[in-house]
Write a protein that binds this ligand. Structure first.
Ligand SMILES: C[S@@+](CC[C@H](N)C(=O)[O-])C[C@H]1O[C@@H](n2cnc3c(N)ncnc32)[C@H](O)[C@@H]1O
Length: 348
């Protein structure tokens, strides 16, 4: 059985070690971030600790190793083969992406978009223009990855593959008119990923944000209609400082005391420095979180070098959160994460 996993290019020096930990051998690199390998039994990356680094995973149901660019009538041949194979499967959507994420080769970017359009005509014409986030995270989607190494497809649920798009990434610009820093795109990506695990947060959500300066994430949350109480020793960007839905506390997050009786619906922590100290500050605000409140935490790997140290830090942080009463939701590595991860919990 063939499987594909995606590990971000930022971890390139660690790729071999990440693959070796769950016993993946003889993996073939596809593009810059994908790895194709065979195993007798499916690899459960949710159980494998090195799964932390895996951004996308899919068991291959249909592979066509070829050079699509040089294959005559590639799109129609691919459509015919996929329709023959999956004609009886009740698909909710078809999602096709180029194997080279980020800046795909223009030929494959165009081919992926043409193939997606053709496959949607065949499988689900009424939903051809559906927002990818409207997919049922547990429904069946045909995911296809396409590149100079060929075509790789699978029918699977977005949640089991870890994304609504083939390959897992939604393109989010960090240059939106309201954006202040790249961190804004990071929280937008995190909220997109969270849709795999539940409905979107209502506009009435009031966030407590620790380590908010200069305000990239704050600006994104305000733009979405949320209210934010932002805490940082450093000031916020002047463009948002007097926003009517913003309360700013120029303080150390360790000593910051939320107003008496205040209960936040969600907490966001993107503080730099030690991850364990940052999480201790998050836990110190527990009594100001509504039951079930969402906690989004950037796990900065700080001084941890190498897979072993990163996994040990991750393990300690999960244990600290568990002892602190947080309930585990999910984790991911986002495009804007670079050498850090985004973890999600809910408050007791
Ligand atoms: C990576 S930056 C945050 C960027 C921010 N999330 C954004 O969207 O622009 C980390 C921030 O954590 C703040 N920070 C670190 N330790 C802190 C503490 N103990 N109390 C308050 N702020 C802290 C720093 O001042 C810095 O502004």
């Amino acid at each position: 059985m063939q499987q594909i996993i995606r590990i971000s290019e930022g971890f390139a020096p660690l790729h071999e070690e990440i693959l070796a930990r769950p016993g993946i051998t003889a993996a073939k690199r596809l593009g810059l971030e994908y790895w194709l390998f065979s195993r007798d039994t499916p690899l459960d990356l949710a159980q494998a600790e090195a799964g932390l680094f895996v951004r996308w995973q899919m068991r291959i149901d249909h592979a066509w190793p070829c050079v699509p660019e040089k294959t005559i009538d590639f799109i129609e041949k691919a459509v015919t083969a996929l329709v023959r194979k999956f004609a009886t499967v009740p698909l909710q959507q078809v999602m096709v992406s180029p194997l080279l994420a980020g800046s795909p080769h223009p030929v494959y970017k165009k081919m992926a978009s043409q193939l997606q359009q053709r496959l949607r005509q065949e499988f689900c014409p009424p939903r051809a223009r559906m927002d990818p986030e409207e997919q049922d995270p547990e429904g069946l989607t045909l995911f296809v990855l396409l590149g100079k190494e060929g075509l790789f497809g699978a029918v699977a649920s977005p949640r089991s593959c870890r994304g609504f798009y083939a390959g897992g990434s939604k393109y989010i610009s960090h240059k939106a008119p309201h954006s202040i820093s790249r961190a804004g795109a990071k929280v937008a990506e995190a909220l997109h990923f969270l849709r795999l695990h539940g409905p979107a947060l209502p506009e009435t959500t009031h966030w407590l944000e620790l380590g908010a300066s200069p305000g990239g994430m704050t600006a994104e949350l305000l733009e979405r209609g949320f209210s934010v109480t932002a805490v940082d020793r450093a000031p916020l960007d002047a463009r948002i400082a007097s926003h009517p839905r913003l309360t700013f506390a120029a303080e150390n997050a360790l000593t910051y005391q939320p107003p008496r009786g205040m209960l936040y619906d969600a907490l966001l922590c993107d503080m730099n420095g030690s991850a364990e100290e940052a999480l201790a500050m998050v836990l110190s605000k527990r009594s100001s979180l509504r039951p079930g409140a969402l906690v989004i935490f950037t796990l900065k790997t700080h001084k941890a070098a190498g897979v072993e140290e990163i996994l040990a830090l991750h393990h300690r942080v999960l244990e600290q959160a568990r002892r602190g009463g947080l309930a585990w939701l999910a984790q991911t590595h986002l495009t804007y994460n670079r050498h850090e991860f985004t973890l999600f919990w809910s408050a007791p």
